[in-house]
Write a protein that binds this ligand. Structure first.
Ligand code: C2E
Ligand code: MG
Ligand code: MG
Ligand code: MG
Length: 282
């Protein structure tokens, strides 16, 4: 970065800024290498049908196993990956690993085709011109039923590029790939976009769920979100369920799906497979 400023411009940085910049640059370099060195793995967190209490799908969540720093949180490196464009190759890798995983479970007859795999697609990734081709290629290569694939997109992915977003969503709809709005309620405040885009599921952000303490007041916006979803024929997933009380309150609201540490944390492939075999019921 300093290079672009030309010779003699280094004094623009004060020492603390310089240290932070060097650190960020180091992380960026490491991130670049991480893809080739196969340092990314995907963990799988079950999504539960609150009516049956059984696993109905999984969310794929990427983990970076850094050789010296240990596991780096996606909250830390995903923003950097977005900024640098590295998210495109990381995202493609995650999509491919997740699709291979669900196909493996299906072929081993551990799951049937009612179980879905939900994969996060960042705004920048979604804005790639060839995103639909990338998805087509991975679906073809893994031979998964496209109905078992669900993509999680945040509101910002629509808002910044409404025109192309609509075309992409329609292409996904044609392929029967499902779509969730992630972190619903935390982003853009206008709801009008929901009318224009074919969306299957709203994921209520964890910040709403964590407030639930058994009282009516703690429900906050969740009943309103549930109503919106009903009106639009969408289902609701509550993120971040950590307590029995929260689960009971969400069941009372007829919230269809839930996900959170109360059921299971995101699990490495092996443990996720063991969980499927154990076939728990909550
Ligand atoms: P997200 O998509 O909203 O994922 C849910 C996050 O909540 C995950 O954090 C999950 O581990 C965490 N979580 C689930 N249940 C609970 C709970 O009961 N309590 C608490 N405290 N947390 C819970 P994680 O894995 O650290 O990921 C953070 C974010 O990073 C994700 O939020 C998503 O925005 C992003 N991310 C993760 N993997 C990917 C990926 O493969 N691609 C992209 N584009 N983004 C990803
Ligand atoms: Mg998500
Ligand atoms: Mg989420
Ligand atoms: Mg969230």
């Amino acid at each position: 970065r300093a290079k672009t400023l030309g010779k003699g411009q280094y004094h623009l940085f004060d020492p603390t800024m310089h240290a932070a910049a060097v650190q960020a640059l180091q992380l960026e370099n490491d991130l670049r290498k991480a893809i080739h060195q196969e340092e990314f793995v995907v963990h799988y967190q079950p999504i539960i049908s609150l009516s049956t209490g059984k696993i109905t799908g999984f969310e794929a969540l990427v983990r970076w196993q850094h050789p010296s720093r240990g596991t780096v949180s996606p909250a830390l490196f995903i923003p950097l990956a977005e900024e640098t464009g590295l998210i495109n190759s990381i995202g493609k890798l995650v999509l491919s690993l997740a699709c291979h995983q669900i196909q493996e479970w299906y072929q081993k007859k551990l799951i049937d085709e009612s179980i879905f795999m939900s994969v996060n697609i960042s705004a920048r990734q979604f804005a790639q011109l060839d995103i639909v081709e990338q998805i087509d290629q991975i679906v073809a290569e893994t031979q998964i039923n496209p109905q078992c694939l669900k993509l999680e997109i945040t509101e910002s992915a629509f808002i910044n590029n409404a025109q192309s977003a609509k075309a992409i969503l329609q292409a996904l709809r044609q392929r029967q790939i499902q779509l969730s709005i992630d972190d619903f309620g935390t982003g853009y405040s206008s709801l009008s976009y929901l009318h224009n885009f074919p969306v299957d599921t709203l994921k209520v952000d964890r910040s709403f769920v964590s407030k639930l303490d058994g009282t009516l007041e703690s429900l906050g916006l969740i009943p309103a979100i549930k109503k919106i979803a009903e009106t639009m024929k969408m289902s609701v997933v509550a993120e971040g369920i950590e307590t029995e009380k929260q689960l009971a309150q969400l069941r009372e609201l007829n919230c269809e799906f839930g996900q959170g540490y109360f059921f299971a944390k995101p699990l490495p492939k092996k443990e996720a497979t063991e969980l499927i075999v154990a076939s728990p019921k909550w």
